[in-house]
Design a protein around this ligand. Structure first.
Ligand code: CP
Length: 357
């Protein structure tokens, strides 16, 4: 059945719709006040976050036993998903694929426009519409900002709308990465008063890193979180994020001094330089070496601090740091599979049946 949407929004063409402020169109991506498309971090409030974390942990517990895994695989065995990942990915792709398998979904994939009919001139819009003829869920990573939203907008106007999950959209957002980051923070600070009142240093390419953007948006749901944005001058956090922080009275400072910034923080969120977005190879002129964590830094930071990274990494974290109990990035990666399973389960309304198990 077509999803009921506000008529005024339904009448808009894409250019008009795209310009509508996010807070005025978020419910276009819900179905009867239930999350349908997952496109932006701003779709999540504290209640739904707490719920998803509990659901993820429950699924993880159920999956410890073969009987539990077998049961989970019955839940969506009648559904199919497509992973449309035309920008490179290892962990988002594999964790979503695994999440689909955990719930018994059948999965198809397209990982390059060179193997789809886009090579023959089919438009990206017709390509994604075609997916809805064969599958019940689209999970996508795309180099174009806004394309996941456009896909959801387009399909919600058809008589076969299917949910769209944004697995990374250009420099813009990566909401499910933010979910797994937050799930990890929540776990790490479980016996330390939770995420409220914590200070987080975000380090690296803050200008083009979509994970930092999405995580900042999600952290609005917590009280008195303070941010230190640490980057070379050229890679500073965008003005749109600063406006968001000011609007929501979220405390932040900016610096290029990583060694000083990380001393007293509760979490250090490292990111790699996103040189795939260079226009003229400008990244090669940036001295990124001051934004690397080595074993020496472990002596400077709090004993209770955690070190995070969305991965993949280059030299931002020396592998010699991996064995330190504060290194959280491999756990983060695995958490991605569980929270993404919970997200898919939630979109398909399995919350009660899983919680009751
Ligand atoms: N963190 C992340 O999005 O990793 P991939 O690019 O490997 O999916």
């Amino acid at each position: 059945m077509p999803v009921k949407k506000e008529d005024s929004l339904k009448k808009l063409n894409w250019d008009e719709f795209y310009k509508v402020p996010l807070n005025k169109k978020l419910n276009y991506f819900d179905e009867d006040n239930h999350l349908f498309d997952c496109l932006f971090s701003q779709q999540f409030d504290r209640k739904i976050l707490d719920h998803l974390f509990k659901l993820a942990t429950k699924i993880r517990t159920i999956a410890k036993e073969k009987e539990g895994i077998d049961w989970l695989q019955t839940l969506l065995s009648h559904k199919r998903a497509i992973l449309y990942f035309i920008q490179p990915s290892t962990r988002t792709f594999l964790s979503f694929q695994s999440a689909c398998y955990i719930l018994g979904m059948k999965v198809s994939e397209i990982r390059s426009t060179s193997t789809s009919s886009e090579l023959k001139g089919e438009s990206p819009e017709d390509t994604v519409r075609t997916f809805s003829s064969y599958t019940d869920l689209i999970i996508m990573r795309h180099f174009e900002e806004g394309f996941a939203e456009k896909t959801a907008w387009l399909l919600n106007k058809t008589n076969r709308p299917i949910p769209v999950i944004n697995g990374g959209s250009g420099k813009d957002q990566h909401p499910t990465q933010a979910l797994l980051d937050l799930y990890t923070l929540n776990w790490a600070f479980n016996d330390k008063g939770g995420i409220d009142n914590k200070t987080i240093a975000m380090v690296g390419d803050l200008k083009r890193g979509r994970t930092v953007r999405s995580l900042t948006y999600l952290l609005k749901n917590y009280k008195n979180v303070k941010f230190i944005y640490v980057s070379p001058d050229y890679l500073k956090i965008g003005d749109d994020i600063k406006k968001f922080l000011i609007k929501h009275k979220m405390e932040f400072i900016e610096t290029d001094n990583m060694n000083k910034a990380i001393k007293n923080v509760d979490a250090i969120y490292m990111t790699r330089i996103q040189d795939e977005y260079d226009i003229n190879g400008e990244s090669k002129d940036i001295d990124y070496s001051k934004f690397h964590i080595t074993k020496e830094h472990l002596k400077m930071i709090k004993k209770t601090a955690i070190i995070m990274h969305p991965l993949p990494r280059r030299q931002e974290i020396d592998p010699a740091v991996d064995d330190d109990p504060r290194a959280m990035y491999w756990r983060q990666e695995r958490n991605g599979m569980w929270i993404r399973t919970a997200l898919i389960a939630h979109i398909f309304g399995l919350d009660k049946v899983i919680s009751a198990k």
